[in-house]
Design a protein around this ligand. Sequence first.
Ligand SMILES: Nc1ncnc2c1ncn2[C@@H]1O[C@H](COP(=O)(O)OP(=O)(O)OP(=O)(O)O)[C@@H](O)[C@H]1O
Length: 304
Amino acid sequence: MITFRGLTKRYGQKTVVNGLTSVIETGTVTGFLGPNGAGKSTTMRMTVGLDRPDSGDALIRGKPYAELRFPLREVGALLDAKAMHPGRSAGKHLLAMARSNGIAASRVEEVLATVGLSDVAGKRTGTFSLGMSQRLGIAGALLGDPGVLMFDEPVNGLDPDGVRWVRQLMRSLAAEGRTVFVSSHLMSEMQLTADRLLVIGKGSILADAAIGDFIAGNSSRSVAVLVPDPAERAKLADWLRGNGRSVLPGEGSELLVDEATAAEIGDLAYELGVRLHGLAERTASLEQAYMELTAGSVEYGVTA
Ligand SMILES: Nc1ncnc2c1ncn2[C@@H]1O[C@H](COP(=O)(O)OP(=O)(O)OP(=O)(O)O)[C@@H](O)[C@H]1O
């Protein structure tokens, strides 16, 4: 569990993390989302003692990071994949980390195998591609077998196979009862990986919810209805509009009815004698819900 209590960070005049209060639960993957510059990395850095909060705190299983005797055994973090000594081999890099935290040297081989880097254990990390560095960073996070894991954009630079591997890894870490806190800009990936979401904009919380509730609460539900006969299509659309419903023409013979259920529209069509070729509820994607929620919090956007 990670607990944020009024966590606040200012750089000069700017408050980049503003009174963040939340509990990141064990046994779940919590996605940490927000536009560029929202304060995600700063929050994660403060959690592992790399930045000092101006007020408030972040606790790992109830303790500040500075009070953890062997921090790598409590919390593993991948924050900046390229932040390692370029002249050191992957194996030596992990061995140094293990030694500093009283972790058995045998863990090095284990985690290298887990991330698929056993064959390049002797290679200098400076020669690694971004994807390999990400894998090594993940190996470092797993090294101490910690109960809390934090990953800042872990799929950055990974190929599709690697992206899927990270997704499965996050899911299995959470299934083992660990706390997994992960930031990403890949909404489709987050939709597949996360149980809960913490969304921030300009340093403040915009949403803290289960992913299903987040999508339902930040997007409208619609039903796509396929009515092959134009006259019947107009009849159905007119009836709905006459009853205060919002109806938009879709592709071809399709109508899109806002805030409706398939059962409701199916029953109505039956009563009106309108023949249907299709009826499907459209659930919004995480991307749509996220875009609607964060529209006012994008700092570094371009106007289309
Ligand atoms: N060392 C620093 N000195 C001054 N400002 C900083 C420093 N580190 C971060 N900032 C500022 O804090 C804000 C939050 O940055 P942060 O990297 O935490 O955002 P983020 O949500 O991780 O963004 P991204 O999605 O782009 O990685 C930004 O405006 C950034 O410019």
